[in-house]
Design a protein around this ligand. Structure first.
Ligand code: SF4
Ligand code: SF4
Length: 183
């Protein structure tokens, strides 16, 4: 290396140092984008359409719109939803399917959204509440219809059978006629 090359290499070294310092200086004055979670919980913005967990839509009176048709359960690709239902008799005598339990396993949900799409009554939706961490897998099994049923009128008691009530009277009449014959 001659004397000229020596000074050129020193100049290049300084130039690269200044370039590096320029990048560092720019980052010093650029607004920060790093999120300090969980300290910033109150200011967090979670997109509305983010699918965190399935939930029932309850109205102000605590009623949901699930008619226990089972469409969501049948269309779920990995059996994440399990519904139990029962037939109830309404006051007008008509029978109606009622939902007993709507179980959802967050641990096996792939968040495909099929269940929400096929629901004919818009009874379910995805919440964007992303904080779903729990310590055991069992806690990922959730009952979505957690509120007591408001319009769950008990089935009317079976009406008394008229034939059973009339039987003793008939027996009495028979006994009376036998007594008359003996006289
Ligand atoms: S989002 Fe998909 S995987 Fe999850 S419960 Fe609905 S249908 Fe099943
Ligand atoms: S949530 Fe919707 S699709 Fe599923 S059983 Fe209820 S009404 Fe049917």
């Amino acid at each position: 290396m001659n004397i000229k090359e020596y000074f050129v290499s020193i100049f290049k070294g300084f130039y690269s140092l200044i370039k590096g310092m320029e990048v560092t200086g720019k980052e010093l004055v650029t607004p920060k984008v790093t999120e300090q979670y969980p300290e910033n919980r109150a200011e967090l913005h979670i997109p509305e359409r983010f699918r965190a967990t399935l939930e029932f839509i309850y109205d102000d009176n605590g009623r949901h719109k699930c008619i226990a048709c089972g469409s969501c359960e049948r269309n779920c690709p990995n059996q994440t939803i399990s519904i139990t239902k029962r037939m109830v008799e309404q006051p007008d005598g008509k029978k109606k399917m009622k939902l007993d339990k709507y179980m959802y396993d967050l641990g096996s949900c792939t968040f495909c959204g099929l269940c929400v799409q096929v629901c004919p009554t818009n009874a379910i939706r995805f919440s964007n509440d992303f904080e779903q961490a729990v310590f055991t897998r069992e806690k990922l099994h959730k009952q979505l219809n957690y509120l007591p049923e408001k319009d769950d009128a008990p089935a009317p008691a079976p009406a008394a059978k008229p034939a059973a009530a009339a039987k003793p009277a008939a027996d009495e009449t028979k006994q009376e006629s036998q007594e008359n014959k003996e006289q």
